[in-house]
Structure formats: structure tokens, C-alpha cells
Design a protein around this ligand. Sequence first.
Ligand code: G6P
Length: 613
Amino acid sequence: MCGIVGYIGRADAASVLINGLRRLEYRGYDSAGMAVMDEGRMVVVKAPGKVAALNERARARWPDGSFNRAASGIAHTRWATHGPPTEANAHPHLDNSGGIALVHNGIIENYRALRSRLEGKGHVFHSDTDTEVLSHLIGDCHQGDLFQAVCDALHQVEGTYGIAVMAVAEPGRIIAARCGSPIVIGIGDGETIIASDAAAIIAHTRQVIYLNDRDVAVVTADAVNIRDLDNVPVDREVARLAFDSSAAEKGGFEHFMLKEIHEQPDALRNAIRGRLDFHLGTAVLSGMGTSPRDLAEINRVVLLGCGTSLHAGLVGEYAFEDLADVHAEVQQAAEFRYRNPILGPRDMVVAISQSGETADTLAAVRESGQKGAFVMGLCNVVGSTIARETGRGVFLHAGPEISVASTKAFTCQVAVLLMMALKLGRGRRLSRDEGMRLAREIESIPELVAATILQNDHIAEVAARYAHHEHAFFIGRGPLYPVALEGALKLKEISYLHAEGYHAAELKHGPIALLEQGTPVVAMANAVPGQDKTLGNIEECRARGARIIGVVTAGDSRVVGLVDDAIEVPACHPLVATVPSVVALQLLAYHIARHRGCEIDQPRNLAKSVTVE
Ligand code: G6P
């Protein structure tokens, strides 16, 4: 989603900004722009499309080679919400005087009312965006002190923002502020970098400050001074970034997605390491902050998430019910606060979010907290808003996930949810022996995944046979039903093929009408409880001419002859089987998209982290 970079220091700002934007490209965007202070003038360059196009335009703007002379600037990658991805709509946006520039993530909800009020005062707007209203509003409030103008303007807006602002009249400082959209400030040696995501900072420094909602920071090359919207100083601690920048390189793989699929055995080892107790047959997840008594008192688990994280939650639902005999339910996070969620202190809410920044999941976390539930986060990004606001939970330790289509985060989320369910289950229904057996099964997940990845070449051949189709169905039962949903999601995200995931039993309640000669049906045909029924559903599809790609258990002779193409996963516990099975589907989607020539790491219209509602 939209990305912000700001720089002030000794290096040339334009290059730092372009490189920073490149680091944020993975988030998904459709136009880019920057404003730099060049010899006392505000120079703005914007381009629809990629950062490479912006770079070309910026270099053409300074044909004499003086591209590298600005010492401060702000830049943005925009993911269109209000108005198409045109040059006029790209950020930065200027105020009416042209002397103040602003980049913004989030949405100003009352922009229409503000815009007509400002138009009434003679302001002329040049874009369809909500953001331009904020730049004009700041200009309108500006009476010589940019910090105060920003505070005064922000008092008038409703909605969410992460912003960086600079003014010609006040060179040498950038104002940054946040409410609902992350801002991180990197403190370097004689330079300061502002960004919406630490990925743009790590090349410069590891010392960072995360702004909280309502914080406004005055940033210079040597200092960061933070106050709240009412001008009261606030103290924010300096944190240290843990990951190194090489984790954000492709490491010889053609795409980040393929690299991240291959990283899964290691990512899973990191997610599991030190968290299984084979003696007591349980999981050690101290970050959950639960005493045995808390665990005994929990009478419901509510799993919240969006997209792929929602699908991980659906697997978790089966795990909590099967292993812990506890009522579990998954809630789509966007819907949560608009219904009447019945929550109390005996409900454990697990907010699942790779980025820890998804606006809907964050809002659901806040709603759950207000209703008195026991809320925890299951996040990958340390320091993210959900991780900080919940203050308890479990980190995935999957390493940075760059590809927009989530892969290793999903499998690590499932592994952690299985461990949570094991931990809860040991206090309830699982004996020590059962717990130990399950802990061994969970421990084996990285090897099961590694064995599945060995079939990469075979899966690529299967993919080649189906890449020309425009529709596909994915079916599964039990915990493999959410795997079917996730497989279909992966395929549509990156190949733009129309793919639908269904419970295998639902197929004949409607979707079967769409099957034609040759329609691909990807069936989760693993040798797990319910397999008989799934094999029956496969027969029904075959009878209508569908071609079946079966995800099957290695050596299972029952499926031979029933499927046209088989992808094998090793035999294992039915809940554990979700992980290698989804890896097979990730690879299938990847190779189909590659055959179709799609832009795999940055699919059209998608964003890595959806920070608007
Ligand atoms: C976006 C991403 C998905 C992701 C979802 C939830 O839609 O493209 O890959 O699953 O957001 O993100 P989160 O960071 O909360 O897991």
C-alpha cells in the first residue's frame, strides 16, 4: 500500500528518496512522486507507474547532472483510493501557495466538507484526492510555524493519516505525524529518515522511533522532537531494528515469492524453535502472557484477520476445537466492529496479521480490548502497531515477507496456531502422551515442507498444462477446506485467473453448474478423515468433464486413476497436513502465473499491507 519516505541530512536527498521508495515497492502502488528542497525552491516530480519512471523523470528534470544537490525531501508511492493513478493525483501535494508539500498515507474521511470550505476561501485544487485537502488545510493554518499549522490542521480532520510535510519557508526540518497509519523515524549519524515502513530505513540506521497515534514530530538532520497534537512533549523510546537488509534481496531467485516459498523450512524452524516442550508434551509460548489459570478459564477463542491471515485463522479454528475442546470461531476483521461482537474476559482474541498494520484488524483489536476480552497478537513484524497495542502474543519470526502474495507468513501462522492449540489442549483434553506425539508432528513440519518443495519441477510441469485456463476450482474438507480457499486466493492474486475455493460438499450446491469439459479442479485429496467423501466429490467433477489436480498423500494408491495430475505431500497428522499441502498450492500458483507472464511480486491492484479501511 502507499509508502512514505522522508530524508534530511548530508547525502543527496533525491537518491536516498528513490532508493527508499524502491525498498517500499513490494507494498504495492501505482504511482510515485517526490518533493525536494533545491536551493531554496520546492521541486516536485511525479510519475504514474513505477519508481523507475519517477527516477527517469527526476533525472530529466535536472539535465545538468545536478540531481544530487538537495539535502532534504519527501517522497511517496501511492496506491490509488480517491481518483485514478495519474500524475495529478500522485503525492506530494502542495498547498495553495505552492510552498508546502505533503505526502500522506491513510484516508481523510471529511475531505469533501473541508474542500468545499477551502474552495469557498479561494483555494484551487488540482487533484481528486483527499490528501490535497490536507495540504491546503495546513497552508491555510500556516502563520510562520509549520509544526503548529500541522497540529491545527490535524485537529480538523477525521480519518487516518501518516504524513510528512515540509515548507520552503522552514528549510532544514520536516514534520511527521501519525494517526492510524504507521510512521517510523530512523536516527542516523547527521541524518534522519522518515518512513512508513522500516524497510526504507534499514540501509541507513537501525536506531528507530515508532510514532504513536496523535504524535507529531519535528525532524531535523540531528534531532527528533516529538509532541502530541496539543503541543505537549512526549517521550518515545529508541528501538533497534532486528533484521538486516540482505533479507530483503532476492538471493538468486527469480522472484521474492519463489524465494519466500523456499525459505519456509527455515522460517518454520524459527517459528517453532524453543517453543515445544517434549517432556511435558506442550508448547511454551510465554509471550501469550497466560497463566494456567487464565488458560483454564478461557471458554472461547476468537480469531481475527483479513486475507491470507483470515485463512490461517480458519485452520486455527479446527485446531482449537480438535485439540483443546474449546469453542473457536473466526471473524473477518473488517466486519467485526460493525456487528455486535459478544465478548468478555473469558474470550481469548487472537489478532492474526503478518504486517501488524492492517487497518481493519487493528480496529477489531481495539474493539475487542474495549469489550474486555483477553487480546493477543500473532504478528510477523516486530514493532508493528498490532504487536505494540496488544502487548502480548506470539511473533512468527518468519523474517521479512516482501512478495505481496503471502506464503511463509501463512505457514508460520498455522504452525503457531497449532502450538497455541496444543498449549490450550494440554490443560483440557490432551494427555501428556498425546501432547508429546503432537509436538513431534509439529516439529516435523519444516521437513514435510522441504519434501514438498522438492517437487518444484514436477509442479512446474503440471502448471504448464493448466496455465491457459481462465477458471479453476479448489475443493477441500475439514482443515483442508481453508487450504483450498488459500490455494484459490494465491492463484487469483498472482495469475489473475478466476479461481474459487469451496468446501468439497458445497460444490454440488451451485458451483458444479460451471464445470465444463477440461475445467481444472484442484482437490485436497489427502489421506485424512473425510477423504472418502472428497473422493466422491472428485468423481462428481470427473463425470462432468473436469480435469483433477489432486494434492495427495505420498504412496496413497486410492487416488491413482482418480486424478489427472497428482502433487504428493508426506503422510502426517491431518492438521499438520495443511502446511505442506498449502506449499504445494503456492508453487502451483507461482508456476501458473510465471507461464502467464504475470508480474508475480507486485500483482496489479494489490497491496502488501492494507492500512485503509
Ligand atoms: C493484504 C495482503 C494479503 C494479506 C492481507 C492481510 O491484502 O495482500 O497478503 O493476507 O493484506 O495482511 P496482514 O498483514 O494483516 O496479514
